[in-house]
Design a protein around this ligand. Structure first.
Ligand SMILES: Cc1ncc(C[n+]2csc(CCOP(=O)(O)OP(=O)(O)O)c2C)c(N)n1
Length: 232
C-alpha cells in the first residue's frame, strides 16, 4: 500500500508520539552496549560506509543504531534471514564498491557458520572490518526462550565453547582485538581502522551481556500495534 503525500506528515507526527512512549533508557547499563559499538563505528567510518549484517539481535541493533545517511548502505539478509550470509556479503560489497568502507556486524553464532571466508579476505586483500558481538549465546532465540518459554533455554548456550575468535583470526592472518568495555573498544577500533587503511581485513570481538535484548519487539502472531516496549 502507498501512502498519499498528504498522509505522510500526519504519519510522521504519529511516529514522533511513539518515540515519546518508548522509554529512552530501556537499554540497560552494561560495560559495552551494542548501541555504543555501532554508533562509534558509524562515526569513525563516515556516511559512505556500508553496514552488512548476519541474522539475529545484532542485525536489529544495526538497523536501529547505524545512522544510514546514504542510500544503498545496508546489506542484510531480511525475511528468510540466513545465518552465515554476512562475511561473504561484506566481501562482495567491498569488491563492488572498493572506495566505500565496509563493516560487518555479526553474532558469535552466525560467524561460526562462515568464518572460513577470512581466508578469502586475506588471499584477495579485501579490507573489511568484522565486528563480532559475542554474547556467548544464540541471542535472538534466547530472547524468545526467556520471554515466551519461561527461560527454558534449549540449544542456545554457547558459553565456554570454541573457537577463540582472536586466535582463529590470527590463524587466518587477520589482525584481531577483543574488547569488553568502551575504552578497549575505542582503542581496538583505532587500530583496526589503521589496518583497513593499509588494505588488510581486521576483526574486533566485542564482549556484550548475554541478556542484552532487542526492543521493541512484536510477539509471534500479534499485530504490529501490540509491541513489547520494555521488560523488567
Ligand atoms: C542457517 C540458519 N539457521 C538458523 C536460523 C535461525 N536463527 C535466527 S537468528 C539465530 C541466532 C543467531 O545467533 P548469533 O549469531 O549469536 O546472533 P545474536 O542473535 O546473538 O546477535 C538463529 C538460530 C537462521 N536464521 N539461519
Amino acid at each position: 500500500m502507498y501512502l498519499s503525500v498528504n498522509k505522510v506528515q500526519p504519519l510522521h507526527g504519529e511516529v514522533e508520539k511513539w518515540k515519546d512512549v518508548i522509554p529512552k533508557d530501556h537499554h540497560r547499563k552494561t560495560e559495552l552496549h551494542p548501541r555504543f559499538v555501532i554508533q562509534e563505528t558509524a562515526k569513525r567510518m563516515g556516511d559512505e560506509a556500508i553496514a552488512v549484517t548476519d541474522v539475529g539481535q545484532h542485525q536489529i541493533w544495526t538497523a536501529q543504531f547505524f545512522p544510514f545517511n546514504r542510500p544503498r548502505s545496508f546489506l542484510s539478509s531480511g525475511g528468510l534471514g540466513t545465518m552465515g550470509f554476512g562475511l561473504g556479503a561484506a566481501a562482495g560489497a567491498k569488491i563492488a564498491s572498493p572506495r566505500r568502507p565496509v563493516v560487518l556486524f555479526t553474532g558469535d553464532g552466525c560467524f561460526r557458520m562462515n568464518c572460513a571466508e577470512m581466508a578469502t579476505l586475506v588471499t584477495y586483500k579485501i579490507p573489511v572490518l568484522i565486528i563480532i558481538f559475542n554474547n556467548r549465546t544464540l541471542g535472538m532465540v534466547r530472547q524468545w526462550q526467556k520471554l515466551f518459554y519461561e527461560s527454558r533455554y534449549s540449544e542456545t548456550d554457547l558459553e565456554n565453547r570454541p573457537p577463540d575468535f582472536i586466535r582463529l583470526a590470527g590463524a587466518y592472518g587477520v589482525s584481531a582485538h577483543r574488547a569488553a568495555d568502551e575504552p578497549a573498544f575505542l582503542a581496538a577500533l583505532d587500530q583496526s581502522l589503521e589496518t583497513i587503511a593499509r588494505g588488510s581485513p581486521a576483526l574486533i570481538e566485542a564482549l556484550i551481556d548475554i541478556d542484552e535484548r532487542v526492543l521493541p519487539m512484536v510477539p509471534g502472531g500479534a499485530p504490529i500495534d501490540e509491541q513489547i516496549l520494555d521488560v523488567t
